[in-house]
Write a protein that binds this ligand. Structure first.
Ligand code: RUQ
Ligand code: CUA
Length: 637
């Protein structure tokens, strides 16, 4: 296989290979009746029973995070993050609108759970936005997005993110698309190699609140920084990112960025970066504390890796980091101790903009013949590693220490990431590996050209990996975090005593409408099955603020607030208060109604917003406004 790929590379036919291999890859087939029965009972969750694990999928360009359960693989929830989501009213109330800013999408790639001593602690889930350079924090107490940080200064194309350090000191971020800095600077593309820059960064996390702020940044050459991983145990204090296009090429990267035999893994001593920032060894660039490695040695080193690497993954014991060159047939294991020794001995083969390049042979531990197109590696609790093979559409299982491949399973098709429960921790659980496939053709009944995605659940408890289940995954899955269900303790109502919103009211008697000039403020309650007040009368042009509290303390009693033709849809969970803000610029009478089915009298849960036309309230009050019926038409044939 390796020879095939090398020949393919020599002949320059790799792009062809990448395109055509999927369609001729083998389909995994469950061969025997017994397998089907075993798989069925291994994944069947009987009515009334519950799943054992949460999967938090990144939702890619949908801007969401999706939750499924293992073993059923049922999709059970959507957490909107970077995109408005009327299902939960996200992005329609004042609070979440402010969080989204002027953006209505994000590109979520890598969810990362907060950690304590290297294990998932179930507090927060961080996700990155590759498109608009942000990181969001989801609180796992209520599964809601609480913070969106960014656009992060100087970071451009935040793909190498979010990865958390073992005690959630930092969430990492990196530039995929180098640019002239600070943002807003113009420089012609011809100056790419010299005046464009990448940045590697750690965002500080407040240990109590989870609040994100700028930590340290490191200025690096204009490579495309790709995936990252965090040191643990002996390598705690270090972070690793792969990079491609170390040729510093522009234009047709497919050709121009694959000239050199090796690209690099950047190894960053984040504790040294933290110390440098503390002792004032930084410059301020667009408000961020940025370290120039030319001025402060010892922060970053470059480790040569097979060309165009994608994933880098640290073993649970923290002794090795594994880099996969996606155009090769091998994955490379690097030894962290050897890296330290090479740094001490100054065993360097050159430098890039003053950053030492470490001698590959001094740091390499093994090259594992995993198969074609290795991308990412996960680990289990038995000393095995699992590497996804994009080109080969398979997962290779290999042993740490002997570096031998012991098993391989085909997947359908073109696997990207893979995820094991507890996969990024010092104690991965093993048991399952989830294949997050990039293409799925043929795995679902056809729904037209927009082919559904798929992921596959694989049992890894035995010697041979066993395919258990094919599941639809909302586009576009990248990575996932998997945690045992009993490790999370989500709340089910917001306790009244914890609602600190000064505008919350808890008794229908306290509902009120107040006017101050053209500002109308409404304190409103929602409870089965009415809104109080159920009539709000304003003048055209008034600025209206509604503080809506769901005064229920009963599990599952959500209420919605949809306002006709004002593009407003809010959901309040039991005990929750949200702010609805709008200018009443359309005259007439509009119903607001509960959008979330809550009781037998849900349909009765409605009220009216009455907007008196400007000025001549009495004379024209009953006259209908001119009808502006718009016919929206999609191109038809
Ligand atoms: S990347 S298919 Cu966005 Cu995580 Cu590897
Ligand atoms: Cu409240 Cu439906």
């Amino acid at each position: 296989m390796k020879r095939i790929l090398q020949t393919a590379l020599l002949l320059g036919v790799l792009p062809v290979l990448l395109v055509f291999v999927p369609s001729c890859a083998r389909r995994p087939k469950v061969q025997q009746r017994g397998d089907i029965e075993q798989s069925a009972s291994a994944t069947y969750v009987a009515p009334g029973d519950l799943d054992q694990y949460y999967i938090f999928y990144s939702g890619g360009q949908s801007g969401n995070v999706y939750i499924s359960g293992i073993p059923s693989m049922r999709h059970i929830a959507t957490i909107p993050v970077f995109t408005p989501y009327p299902g939960t009213g996200y992005g329609f109330d004042k609070e979440t609108k402010a969080m989204l800013g002027n953006y209505t999408w994000g590109d979520v790639h890598h969810p990362a759970m907060s950690e304590t001593n290297g294990d998932y602690d179930g507090r927060w889930l961080f996700v990155n936005d590759n498109a608009n350079d942000r990181v969001a924090r989801i609180d796992l107490r209520d599964f809601k997005t609480k913070e969106i940080f960014g656009p992060i200064p100087n970071i451009s194309g935040n793909h190498g993110s979010s990865f958390v350090t073992p005690n959630t000191e930092y969430v990492l971020a990196a530039s995929r698309f180098s640019i002239p800095l600070p943002k807003g600077t113009y420089a012609p593309i011809e100056q790419y190699a010299t005046t464009y820059h990448g940045v590697l960064s750690g965002l500080s996390v407040d240990p109590q609140t989870g609040h994100l702020s700028l930590g340290w940044q490191v200025l690096v050459p204009p490579f495309d920084f790709d995936l990252g991983s965090v040191g643990k145990g002996p390598s705690n204090g270090w972070a690793f990112w792969t990079s491609y296009n170390t040729e510093r090429a522009t234009g047709k990267l497919e050709v121009t960025s694959t000239q050199k035999d090796r690209d690099y893994i950047a190894a960053v001593n984040w504790k040294a970066a933290e110390a440098a920032v503390k002792s004032g060894k930084f410059k301020i660039l667009d408000g961020a504390k940025i370290i120039d490695p030319r001025d402060v040695p010892g922060i970053v080193y470059l480790v040569p890796c097979s060309k165009s690497p994608h994933g880098v993954d640290v073993t649970p014991d923290g002794k090795y980091f594994v880099g996969s060159g996606k155009l090769m047939g091998v994955t490379t294991v690097f030894n962290f101790d050897k890296l330290q020794k090479a740094i001490q001995d100054k065993n360097f083969t050159g430098n890039e903009d003053g950053i030492p390049v470490v001698n590959y042979d001094a740091v390499k531990e093994a090259e594992v013949n995993v198969g074609l197109g290795p991308l990412h590696t996960q680990f289990d609790d038995q000393g095995y590693a699992y590497t996804s093979l994009f080109v080969e559409s398979a997962i290779a299982k290999w042993k740490l220490g002997t570096w031998e491949v012991v098993d391989k399973i085909p997947v359908s098709y073109n696997i990207g990431h893979l995820a094991v429960p507890g996969g990024d921790t010092v104690h991965p659980e093993g048991k399952y590996v989830l294949a997050l496939n990039k293409l799925s053709h043929g795995r679902h009944i056809s729904v037209g050209p927009s082919q559904p995605e798929s992921s596959q659940l694989i049992d890894i408890t035995g010697d041979k990996m066993k395919l258990l289940y094919d599941a639809f995954t909302e586009p576009e899955p990248h990575y996932a975090q998997i945690i045992r269900a009993d490790r999370l303790k989500p709340i089910e109502v917001y306790a009244q005593s914890e609602n600190k919103n000064p505008n919350a009211i808890w008794d229908v008697k306290n509902a009120k409408i107040e006017r101050n000039g053209t500002n109308v403020v409404v304190h409103m309650t929602a409870v089965r099955s009415n809104f109080e007040p159920n009539k709000v009368e304003v003048n055209q042009g008034d600025h209206v603020t509604i503080y809506l509290t769901n005064i229920e303390q009963t599990v599952d009693e959500l209420h919605g607030f949809g306002l006709q033709e004002y593009n407003l849809q809010i959901v309040v969970d039991p005990g929750e208060t949200k702010t609805i803000e709008f200018v009443a610029n359309k005259p007439g009478v509009f119903a607001y109604y509960c959008t979330n089915f809550c009781s037998a009298l849900h349909q009765e849960m409605q009220g009216y917003l009455l907007v008196k036309p400007n000025g001549t309230a009495s004379a024209h009050a009953a006259k209908p406004r001119q009808s502006h019926t718009q016919v929206a038409k999609l191109g038809s044939r």
